[in-house]
Design a protein around this ligand. Structure first.
Ligand SMILES: Cc1cc2nc3c(=O)[nH]c(=O)nc-3n(C[C@H](O)[C@H](O)[C@H](O)COP(=O)(O)O)c2cc1C
Length: 364
């Protein structure tokens, strides 16, 4: 029952709908004493917010937030942290025409099948507006991770057929310097033009996000069902419009031989165990090994296109669905902060859980 809560110790529950009064999140498990920088939360929200550039939906939401509880004088108190993000630019009338119709490849039919009632205003709960809550929780998780030197960087690596050349050291400044959030500036220009062209055609296009996590300590992950990569995978697959996730060598491992794929161990000058390659993606046996964790997330071309489409209504009658309202032609630029936020939420949860792995951690 209920799928709005995520995590075991670092646990957050989101609520709210796209065209309701707002979106909120309640975070439990945040240790007392963490400085909660509201400006940082809003900076993260701004990267996800609609209306941020010409290649995303033109819904204008400032996405400022209010911290309702769980902090005193800017520091967490160990009690539930509630954050509220008001909706300010709802236009539910944009959706009157689909109140009884099922938009192809959207969540309309399945929500109706499950609940018998559907909030048709912008998709209600199924809207990616919910992801603002994840980003707010993830921002606080990032503040905690900063203390450990853990750094998460996600960026767009592909839009449609345009694949950005590999970037060894993706720079956050470069990623934020272009509206696509691509780590490769030349590819970013091509991607931007392509998204604009797709929008003109009244269509949408898919894309890929790559994420690299540096500085994760060895030992995070809870075998066997809560392996670190499994929880990262679930968190990514829970994001709207995600079609796939792989980590480390991922699907490319299928064509490799063990002799090529094995990551040879060595000890560095400080005696720290490392590997000379990292096809494992920083995780072995479901537990982080201290090397970079990296993974990819594939997004579909989203369902709302500005074209007439064949469908049926609630009564099962043939209807034509017409694209209307404000929509994203390609979601990956806005999904970058969501991917980072969910990765941060998973890492903090596992960090806190790892504190019960050894007796020495429990009684020290
Ligand atoms: C950042 C972001 C923005 C999105 N914007 C739109 C949009 O403008 N139009 C649309 O049809 N879907 C959009 N989606 C995707 C839908 O929320 C999603 O496809 C829908 O709820 C059905 O869920 P599913 O694709 O995961 O099966 C967006 C997704 C994300 C992550």
């Amino acid at each position: 029952m209920g799928g709005s809560t995520f995590g075991k110790i670092w646990q957050f529950t989101s609520f709210g709908e796209s065209h309701g009064v707002g979106i909120g999140v309640v975070i439990e498990g945040c240790p007392a004493g963490l400085e909660i920088d509201k400006t940082f939360i809003e900076t993260e929200l701004a990267k996800r917010r609609p209306g941020q550039s010409a290649i995303v939906t033109q819904r204008q939401e400032p996405d400022t937030c209010e911290i309702l509880s769980g902090t005193m004088e800017g520091v967490s108190t160990g009690t539930p942290i509630a954050i509220w993000i008001a909706n300010q630019n709802q236009q539910p009338k944009d959706y009157n025409h689909i109140a009884d119709k099922f938009r192809p490849s959207h969540a309309d039919y399945t929500y109706t099948a499950k609940y018998g009632i559907r909030d048709y205003r912008g998709g209600g709960r199924s809207s990616a507006r919910e992801t603002a809550a994840r980003v707010a929780a993830g921002a606080i998780a990032k503040l905690l991770l900063k203390h450990l030197g853990v750094d998460i960087t996600a960026y767009v690596s592909q839009v449609g057929h345009i694949i950005a050349p590999n970037v060894d050291h993706p720079s956050k400044d470069t990623i934020e310097s272009n509206v696509v959030r691509c780590a490769h500036t030349v590819a970013a220009v091509e991607m931007e033009e392509y998204i604009k062209q797709i929008r003109k055609e009244g269509d949408t296009i898919g894309g890929m996000i790559r994420c690299v996590i540096k500085g994760t300590p060895a030992g995070l992950g809870e075998p066997v069902y809560d392996r670190l990569h499994a929880d990262l995978g679930k968190s990514m697959l829970s994001i709207n419009a995600v079609k796939g996730y792989d980590y480390g060598s991922g699907f490319d491992a299928v064509t490799m031989k063990g002799s090529d794929h094995n990551d040879a161990y060595y000890a560095d000058n400080d005696g720290k165990v490392k590997t000379s390659t990292n096809f494992s993606g920083g995780i072995q046996g479901g537990i982080s090994n201290g090397l970079d964790i990296y993974f990819r997330v594939a997004f579909k071309p989203v369902a709302t296109i500005m074209q007439d489409q064949q469908s049926v209504d609630k009564a099962g009658k043939d209807v034509i669905v017409t694209g209307k309202g404000r929509h994203d032609p390609c979601v990956v630029p806005r999904a970058v902060p969501i991917v980072e936020a969910m990765a941060a939420n998973v890492l903090v949860d596992h960090l806190l859980r790892s504190k019960t792995s050894k007796l020495s951690d429990v009684i020290e």
